[in-house]
Design a protein. Structure first.
Length: 106
């Protein structure tokens, strides 16, 4: 299982929603696209929306990198080691924002 977090500034919420809609419409391999979260939650440093995938492919990463525009994207595996998943095992597209590590279990 993988989680993908697409970060956006609040003034670009409409663009983020359009990207979310595109992902939902074009990707059968995406398990779920969650609604936009327009506040800080968990370890995330910006508003974001989340995508769940059973597995990650180079093709998906390249596709998302091409359509994400200027949005930063965090892709990470899901295991019982949240801190490592969000840091050492993470893939970033665009500017790396980091996460609030103190909010994650080691």
């Amino acid at each position: 299982m993988y989680h993908v977090h697409v970060y956006f500034p609040l003034q670009r919420q409409a663009e983020a929603q359009a990207l979310s809609d595109t992902i939902r419409q074009e990707r059968a391999d995406v398990l779920c696209v969650f609604p936009l979260v327009c506040k800080l939650v968990g370890p995330h440093k910006m508003p974001m929306f989340e995508i769940h995938l059973a597995s990650i492919s180079d093709e998906f990463v390249a596709w998302l990198d091409k359509i994400r525009g200027e949005f930063s994207v965090l892709i990470h595996p899901v295991s019982d080691e949240e801190l490592r998943d969000h840091t050492e095992r993470a893939i970033w597209l665009g500017r790396e924002l980091g996460v609030f590590e103190e909010k994650l279990e080691a």
